[in-house]
Design a binder for this molecule. Structure first.
Ligand SMILES: [Mg+2]
Length: 185
């Protein structure tokens, strides 16, 4: 896959726990916590527990910004304040346009983002480690599943390509009666 062959959506929405970092921030870490120089993007909590941001997160955020894709987060954590603190310590906060919180289906989170920022649901992809959250597809959003509970380049490109093929690929073009040159079969 080449860069030129794929389209990007207007917005990408990320889950937080086990998508950006390896913990449940409401139970695994105890405030106060602060940044440690130990391993790059790591924080240390009150009990000495060290939590390190997944290594591909920041490069993927930068990549999205270079492609003018807006970044959002959607989380069901019961401790948004802890999550916000982590986003600040990891220096991700300034890259994120807005975060949505709350229980129930993430269809709610994404619908609110769509309404607040006037972004069509079809122009959004949710990346999430929980497969049940693929219910966002029922309202038109893309879904990038992270089966290994971690945002990586590999899964990121799979999600982007899947969305790009669905909305801009050959099948979509054919459905719209756009003539293509792929008469190989
Ligand atoms: Mg998660």
């Amino acid at each position: 896959m080449t860069e030129d062959s794929i389209k990007y959506p207007k917005a990408v929405v990320f889950d937080l726990d086990y998508t950006l970092w390896p913990c449940w921030c409401d139970t695994h870490i105890i405030p106060p916590y602060k940044k440690t120089r130990k391993e790059g993007d790591s924080i240390i909590d009150r009990n000495g527990y060290v939590l390190t941001l997944y290594p591909d997160v920041k490069p993927i955020f930068e990549h999205l910004q270079e492609h003018n894709v807006q970044i959002f987060t959607a989380s069901r954590t019961v401790t948004p304040k802890r999550a916000i603190k982590l986003l600040k310590l990891y220096e991700l906060e300034s890259s994120i346009v807005h975060s949505e919180w709350g229980s129930f289906s993430k269809k709610n989170h994404l619908s609110r983002i769509s309404e607040k920022f006037d972004i069509p649901l079809e122009e959004m992809i949710l990346f999430d480690d929980e497969y049940r959250n693929n219910d966002v597809k029922s309202i038109g959003c893309g879904f990038g599943y992270l089966p290994n509970e971690e945002l990586t380049w590999n899964e990121f490109y799979k999600g982007i390509k899947s969305w790009s093929d669905h909305y801009h690929g050959e099948n979509n073009l054919k459905q719209n009666n756009v003539k293509t040159n792929n008469n190989y079969y």
